[in-house]
Design a protein around this ligand. Sequence first.
Ligand SMILES: CC(C)(COP(=O)(O)OP(=O)(O)OC[C@H]1O[C@@H](n2cnc3c(N)ncnc32)[C@H](O)[C@@H]1OP(=O)(O)O)[C@@H](O)C(=O)NCCC(=O)NCCS
Length: 159
Amino acid sequence: MIDIRPAQVADLQSIQQANIANLPENYVFKFILYHNISWPQGSFVATNSDNQIVGYVLGKMEDDEAENGKDNRLSAHITSIAVNREYRRQGLARRLLQQSLKSLRENYRAEAVSLHVRESNQAAFKLYRDGLGFEVKELTKSYYADGEDAYSMVKTLTD
Ligand SMILES: CC(C)(COP(=O)(O)OP(=O)(O)OC[C@H]1O[C@@H](n2cnc3c(N)ncnc32)[C@H](O)[C@@H]1OP(=O)(O)O)[C@@H](O)C(=O)NCCC(=O)NCCS
């Protein structure tokens, strides 16, 4: 039985470990902590019956005025999401994102949400587009450190 709940400070090290284990884009602990301190209702974890973290989503509000000003909407951003390999294709990423987006809307009045995904990451792309209704806004050239392009995706959030 997998439980989805808001991330707490005590979870942040496990989130960082899951991030390192599952993705090439890794974040310093300070940045993960910044999410939790600034938007405590924005990030969620999936835990197994042994209370181990098997997936996470890091969500935040845009704190960059330029990002918020682009279309005059209060915007949220998904920084990172991953589910450990042995727990994939059970709907956990979809559940994590649904909870995070609902909470960013309810707690921080987010009107839209954005994220980036590697052009080659078909699993994540399908999750965002087909599973959750994100749309491609643009292809950002050489977005990643290794030169790969990113789809910049957005979704309008409503009650
Ligand atoms: C992308 C990732 C988070 C998906 O997690 P997940 O828990 O397996 O996803 P879900 O089970 O919620 O899948 C929801 C939908 O996404 C799509 N999807 C997920 N994995 C897929 C795959 N391997 N191939 C094709 N479609 C996939 C499907 O449409 C799926 O719905 P369905 O199972 O009804 O067909 C996971 O594969 C992962 O952690 N990958 C490594 C990290 C990563 O790429 N993160 C995203 C960075 S942008």
